[in-house]
Each structure stands twice: as structure tokens, then as C-alpha cells.
Design a binder for this molecule. Sequence first.
Ligand SMILES: *Cc1c(COP(=O)(O)O)cnc(C)c1O
Length: 851
Amino acid sequence: MKVYGRITVFPNMPARISRLYELAYNLWWSWHPEARALYSTLDAELWERVGHNPVRFLSEVEPYKLEQAAEQAEYLQAYDSVIKDFDHYMHPRPDETWFSSSYPELVNTTIAYFSAEFGLHESVPIYSGGLGILSGDHCKEASDLGLPFVGVGFLYPQGYFHQRITRDGVQEAIYDKLHFSETPAIPAVGPDGNEVVISVDLPGRRIYAKVWKLMIGRVPLYLMDTDVAPNAPADRELSARLYGGDREMRISQEIVLGIGGVRALRALGISPSAWHLNEGHAAFLNLERCRELVATGLNFNEAREVVAANSLFTTHTPVPAGNDAFSFDLIDKYFSSYWGQLGLNRDQFIDVAREDQGWGATYSMTVLALKLSDHHNGVSKLHGEVSRKMWQFLWPGIDVDEVPIDYITNGVHTFSWIAQEINVLFGRYLDSDWGRHVDEQAFWDQHIDALPDKELWRVHVQQKEKLIEYSRKRLIQQHLRLGEGSTQIAEFGQILNPEALTIGFARRFATYKRAALIFRDLNRLHKLLNNPQRPMQIIFAGKAHPADEPGKALIEQIYRASRSEEFKGKVILLENYDIDMARYLVAGTDVWLNNPIRPYEASGTSGQKAALNGQPNCSILDGWWAEGYNGKNGWAIGEEREYHNQEAQAEADSLSLYRVLEEEIIPAFFERGSDDVPHRWVGFMKEAIRTCTPQFSMRRMVKEYTTRYYVPEVQQSKGMAENNYERARILAHWKEHIRENWNKLELYVDGRRDGQLSLGEGIDVHAWVRIDGLSPDDICIELVYGEIKNEIAQPQFARPMSFTKRELDGSYRYDIHLQPEESGSIAYNIRVVPSHPLLTEKYELGLIRWA
Ligand SMILES: *Cc1c(COP(=O)(O)O)cnc(C)c1O
């Protein structure tokens, strides 16, 4: 029949356990194993069949199983205990969460977090990869820490695709309809009690989006869906797929996400005082906030000051395809009725986001986000550096090290990724309440040795066996579907050797991640995999973006290897990588391999998940691993450098990978003590746990975002709003004034240009500045000095020079005495930068004058 409506009908629930419903509608259950068990123990087979989705589970479970459970003492005890924990979690005392006890004055504010994808759980397929997982983990930790946090995104009716791999290794993308009635999302209601539907204008039409609410512990996530009645059929499909469709689809989605997202919050009666743009997809939100302010009487520059002051933009990738940009044609088509509402003309509007770095001018979402936010960060130390270089052109004249893009290294939500048995092990040997100490390095330093080698190894082997069993099941399913014969199917039931060193490689098949690097020298790989004394095997998994042909070719290459006589049973490719599979892999393989082209892996997080489960990483020194690697917690591939030639880079990296495997990893893994435990190997495992769990935890990360960005943003936004945005007006006018007069500034310096000094001696430096149209209060004059390394002067220190007097000719004189503290070769210079107490970033204007 043709479907008009679809409703999920639940059986009558015994009153004694009726709150199983409520629990199903809050993803809190997903990171609390006792809560998960309330469903899975009722009917383990059904729990698997419904993809661990408790909403579906409750609609399909046999009523008698509920009746039985409601009379079983053991079940009821578990139920009561979970409900008690849940209630306590949802309604903590004010001193019980980190945020409310650290910032009691800010508990009634709101931090809004925008992302195109959220990876929360396998049963809510609205994520594609690392960016989504990061957003999902961020929300969970924000909830755990008690942040007044709301997420904004899309509820994609078809989500991201399911991957199937054909007999020839070709990836097929299958889109299944996600029935919202079978997800934990419910229609969001506004203050008036009505369901919230918002609208945005697209060329020639208005389109509507319904807002859904999904609870992640204490954090609400608002998700928009355009599949609503007033929209034309094509527009109803607009939010159907994550990263699907053409450029028009993409810009329309981003308009709904950014502009519609702000309208959704307003309709819900929510006024955030800090805004976080997780990647550039949501950057239109800052335009919409400007538009709101322009409508109240501010001009665009003033509005920009208000918006930027409490806006944080996190950039996630140096890969060009990951930085959205649109042609000016598209911008004309979609925004010609919008820029007037900002008080801008077309050229001014486009200028805000113009990028012209050699491939033709485009409207860049990253530039838009950078220019309309005062706070910016990358996602690892190295990625911060790379981003400063990449976007330096927006701050011309500013040294690359001083480009205002900082970094906070990514982390993972510990309880979403730790295997239950490892969790229990930590509880037994580290501390029964170890979860409270996740981000405390001292806790791990102090307790890690209490973990007996033998126990950790036993539990690890158990995880590996679980993974093997899971892999066999998945391979059998896949090949039954492909119609293979019973002998082959029987082989898949025996595949993978629990004794072999098992390498895990699972992530999106983007080409920069070089999934096939280990296949560069087939002979050498063949020897590694087929050594009867020291066998090795590799499990691959991952999806390629449906439009990424080279990525799909990599899948094909690995699939063919997995079916070849040489590598059969030693190289495995599992289809449809998702959060569920990731949990098996990060706990169950022995070594987590990552070999991207440095420096394209902005952070990477799967290796962090592996490490906390006791799995050492073997990785290129890129992203988080460049910070995490300490020589004892895993292995480094290649050198800490970049190459100009990717072929040379791949050759060098693959040689390094083979060498590390042959000389370090394999010998350590197969060295067994008299008790059959590989103590040296377990040493690597423990060191991975000790060093990576706290440092790369989502808890450390969200605390950093809070103290370094959210809290200052909230405070700044208060100041900005006072007296009808007085500060914003002052700042905007001051900036206009500075920009008009900056070119007239003249600078003369008198100081020694070369020569020698003895340590303890110094030199005097004088500077004269002529600043027609400006006042000395508008500028800051600094002496900058530092060592000379490889013929490059490092601007290590900046010291303000003091104003001495106004000369007769009208110029201002500044003096300083420079006395180096160490011997060596140093360079110095004098610079002038605009200065104002209301500036967020010293170099916000991108103006600078060097002598
Ligand atoms: C963690 C995770 C990722 C991200 O992995 P990277 O190492 O950052 O590439 C992608 N997909 C899934 C399903 C994950 O769990």
C-alpha cells in the first residue's frame, strides 16, 4: 500500500518497569552499560536485530518478556538501580557538576553548538565520520560536565548511506529511510506549547523545516527536517541525505542549518550567549545573527562586533575538499534578497567570504566563519600550525605564528568507547569510581601499575575473540547476500587467527588516509602475513564518499587483496563501518594503524579510542599522535616532516612502516613470558592507557573549550549588549577609523643594526611614529626579538616600548633598552599594531607596520 503515515505502537508496559520508555528516549542509556543491559537482557537476539535501538526494541518485544521481567527480582533490582542513577544524573545538586560548581553565575546561560552531523549511536545514523563522532562525543561530555549546552543540526531522513561491497569490490551506497517514530527524537515545542516549524527563503520560494528534539543526557539536540507538507517534493528531499546532492543542494542545506538553526532556537525561546561553529557548514548562522541586529538598528560592522565577540569557529581539515566554497553565481542566486537586509551591497557581501588563493575566487565558508568569529581553533597542535599557514592571507602582515587561530586537541568520550570488560577491569584495579578521574594525569600515573599484566592481557584476548566472532558473522552475512557457495561460507566461519598479531585500520576511505600504503611492497607484506611462527593479519573497514572515485578504488584494491590466494584470510575488509563496528575494532585488534599524508590528518580520533582500550598506535606523526607519541606507548611511522612529492613521501613512509613492523612490533608481540603473557607488549598497552586516556579524553577537551572560549565569550557577550551595544558601536567605529588612516602611519627607528655585545650588556632602541589622524592611544609599539634558527628570525618575545615625548615636528618618540638574557645570535625589529582595550585578539584587524 502507499504509506500516508507511520506510527510506532508500543505494547502495554507493566507499570513496575514503565520507565523503560522514558529511558529509551534519552541517549544517556547509550553510554551506561547497565542501562543498555535492561534492554539487551530481555531479548538479546531482538536487541541485535533492531540495531541496538531501544525505541524499536520496545515496540517489537514480546509482551510476555516484559511481564516476566516485571516479576523477576534480579531484573527489578537492576532496573531500580539504573532509574535511580538516571534520575540523579538528570537532576544533580548545583555543586555536583563541574560546570555549576566552577561557574555558578553562568548556569542560566546557553551555549549553542552547530554541526552538520552528530555521531551519537549506531541507531541514529546522522553522521559520516570523525567530525560527527566528535560532535556526538562533545554533546555527551557537555552533558556529563553540566554545561548549559544545546546542539543544532539535521535529522536526515535517509542519513548517511549503508555501504555494501559487491563481488568485485565495488562500493554500493544504500539509503534506508529512517523513520523518526522509531528514533528517540520527538517534535520540539516552543514556549507556546506548539510544535516548532521554521522557514527560510530559497530562490523563488519559502521552505519550511520541522524541529525535532533528541535528548543526550541533560543536553537537548535540535534537529531540523525539511520533509514537511508545505514544501514542494524536491525541497522535502533537501535534508534527506548527509553530504548528498549537488552544490545547490549543499548551499540550501547550509542555509537551513545556519539561518534556519538560528530561527529554530529563537522559536524555542532560547537565546545563547556563546555560539560554537563546528566546521564551516554552519557559518551562515553568523550572517543571520548579523541580520537580526541590523534589523534593530545597528549597521553591519557594529553587528559583526556583537556576533564575533561570542562566536567560536573550529576548523577541522586542511584538505581543500573539506573546506566548503561556493561560486559567486550561486551566491547571487541564493542571497540576492538577503544582503540588502544586512545593509550591504553585493560586492560588500561577497567580500566578507572571498577567497582567492589561486584556483579562482570563491565564496568560502571557512573564510566567512573566520571573519565573523573572533575566536578560532584547529584540532591539534600541528593542525593549529597548518591552519595558521593556510589562512594567514586573511591577516596580511601578521607573522604566521601570530595568526589568531589557536588549537584544542580533540578527544573522545571515554564511556562511549571503552569496552565494558575493560571498564570493569579498571573499576577493580584502579579505582571503583575511576570515571571521575578520567582527565587527571596524576590519577593514571599513580594507578596504572596496579593493573596486573596477566589480567589486562586476558581481557584483551577476550576482546579480540569477540571481534573475530563478530567479523566472521559479518563476513558470512555479506557473502550469503552475494550468493556464495557453502564451502566459501564455511571458510568465513573459520576466518581470522586469534593468535595472530592483528592490525586494525578503519576510517573513512579518503585518499589522504592512504589505506593501501601497506600494499606498496607486496613481497614484503606477504612475508609478514605468512610467517607461520609469527603470523599477522589486518582488518580494514571504512566507507568512501559516494562521489569519491579514488577512495572507492582503494576499497576495491583492498577487497581484491582480501580475495586473492596470497592474502586470503590475512587481509579482511568488513563492510559498512559504523559506530557499532568501531567499538569492536578499537577494543579488539592489537595495534591501531594510521598512515595519512602528513599533515592532512587534522587530529584523528579512532586511535584515541584504541589507546584507552589498551591498544598501542602505530601511526604517522600527524594530528593527535604528534602530541601523544612518547616512544613507549606505541610506534611512529616516518619522520616529523613534510615532503613536496607525495610519491617520495609514500615510499619513505611505507619503508618505515615495514621496518617498524619487522623490527619492533612483531618481536615485542610474540615475546612471551613463562606464564605465556607478553609482558613487554603489555608494557606498551599500559603506557598507551596511562598517557592517552586522560590527555585525549573528551573531558579534558570540553573543559578546555569551556574555560578558554565559552566562558570568556559569555562574559564578552554581556558587555557587548550593555547600553544598546555601546561597545560594539565604539569598536566598529574605531576599526573603521583605523583602517582609513593606517596607510598614513610613518615609522622611523634608530638602533644598532649589527655588532657584538657581551652578555649583560644591552642596546638602546628609539622609534618615532607619525600618526596623522590617529592618537598614541590607538597603537601599540613593540620591540620584537628572538633567536635566528636556520637563517630565519623567530619572533619569540614582544615587549611594549614606552612613550617618551612628543617631538617638535609632531612625531611621537618611544624608547626601550634591550638586554638579551642568553648568548647566541638574535634578531630584532620594531612594529606598530592597532590597539584598543575592547579588542578580543591583538591582531584582529590584520594590520601591522614593521620598521
Ligand atoms: C572514531 C570514528 C571515526 C573517526 O576516525 P578517524 O581516526 O578520526 O579517522 C570515523 N568513523 C567512525 C565510525 C568512528 O567511530
